[in-house]
Design a protein around this ligand. Sequence first.
Ligand code: COI
Length: 355
Amino acid sequence: MEIDRKLTTASNLVAAKDQELGFGNVFSDHMLVRDWADGEWGRAMITPREPIPVEPSALGIHYGQSVFEGLKAYRGSQDGVIRLFRPDRNAARLKASSERLCIPTLPAEEFLECIQQLVATDSTWVPKEREHALYVRPMVFASEGHLSVRPAQCYKLVITTAPVAPYFSSRSRALRLKAESRFTRAASGGTGSAKTSGNYAPTLWPMASAAAEGFDQILWLDAQEHTFAEEAGQMNIFFRIGDEVVTPELSGTILPGVTRESALKLLEDWGVNAGTRRISMEELARASEDGSLLEIFGAGTAAVIASVASISYLGKEISAAPPSSGSLAERLREELLGIQYGERQDPHNWTHVVG
Ligand code: COI
């Protein structure tokens, strides 16, 4: 696939180096844009990053017909090689999300080529520091201006990249979650498994009130009974209970995370009894009381593997056992980072070198 290019003559890289890196506060020089109209995708173009003109009645803004993805490019700590982690899984999820929202799909090989070329263009933006990475954010939104509630006839793909630190900056402190027993993130038959913008805005208010109560994140529960754990705001959730590691099963209301899938595979490789099923808050409360709730952790591209100390549920504290040096969360984190930074074997060929 051919991609047109117009490169910047005024890079922001030097100025950006003075800024403390968070998650999404600094952006690289270029972006990729590609329009879909008259039933097909047009030519992709890499251009200097700049504001894009948006039709004021764009269906994507008005009615939320938009989907996005998130993946990272890592600079090898020993060989300096830039690697993407499982971008084929993001391509597949973008396709599934697009289908759910009546958005034209992008062939996986074109998605991969666009990302390869954009990351190669801004390769100097891939951070050298371990645990920092270049976050790649593809999004597709309905760009047609119209007021009918119907699938649009024009769409725009925009891919931007941003050098980032992990989403949760403090590794020294495990997170405190609030199990949300009033609001819900996704109901059966809804869009919970799609990565669509509309899944995020409704979480802002509950998240702000949880933050005001001192929590780091929300643990979303099932919409019907508010009894079963589903996922945490920006990551999937895992529990180590006795000799078992479990994460909620994908029931249509949970985002199928790439890190979640990779963690399950690694645990299986290690012979750990790991699987997916429904996990009730009662079960977690019991396990916390009898000491068998050994670990709680989140998994996500932005979050990596984030340890969770406790979950507040209906005013009661469900706590994991005190952190130990042999924790599975730490082992998973080190294995994933080791593969991503080219330090460890990659037996499943998860990484794609950026040429
Ligand atoms: C990611 O982990 O890539 C995400 O998309 C989470 C994001 C909403 C911060």
